[in-house]
Design a binder for this molecule. Structure first.
Ligand code: ZN
Length: 130
């Protein structure tokens, strides 16, 4: 492996723990944002958007690493900033998916559409069997 690339990857490895801290902060902020969203449909759109942002940034990282390999070294700060953005987006995506899980897990009565509570055998509104 060429030396520049090796140094770059070593730096990335050494600073991974910092990225973890930043991701935790981002997850907190994203969690509050996700709670503000009301419908599963909105959450799905959000998840798809964040997912494509992650894909785009991973592509950028790949290009930075490849440029380094071919003799045009990437500024390590630029690469780390990109990786941290990805950490933040990954945390946000996990949060959205968690909120989406809660949203879709809520069961409703198949007769009247009222919300069912955990453990209910019959609908509290219309009495239909669950
Ligand atoms: Zn019902």
């Amino acid at each position: 492996m060429n030396e520049k690339l090796q140094n770059l990857l070593e730096l990335v490895r050494r600073t991974a723990w910092q990225a973890g801290d930043l991701a935790a902060d981002a997850a907190y902020g994203a969690g509050r944002a996700a709670e503000d969203l009301l419908s599963a449909a909105k959450l799905r759109v959000q998840a798809a958007t964040v997912d494509s942002e992650i894909t785009a940034k991973l592509k950028d990282v790949g290009e930075m690493v490849y440029a380094t390999h071919t003799g045009t070294p990437t500024e390590s700060e630029a690469l780390l900033a990109k990786l941290q953005e990805i950490d933040g987006l990954k945390a946000r995506l996990a949060d959205i998916n968690e909120a989406l899980g809660r949203e879709t897990a809520a069961e409703v009565c198949s007769t009247c559409g009222a919300a069912l509570r955990e453990g209910d055998a019959f609908c509290r509104e219309c009495g239909a069997k669950r």
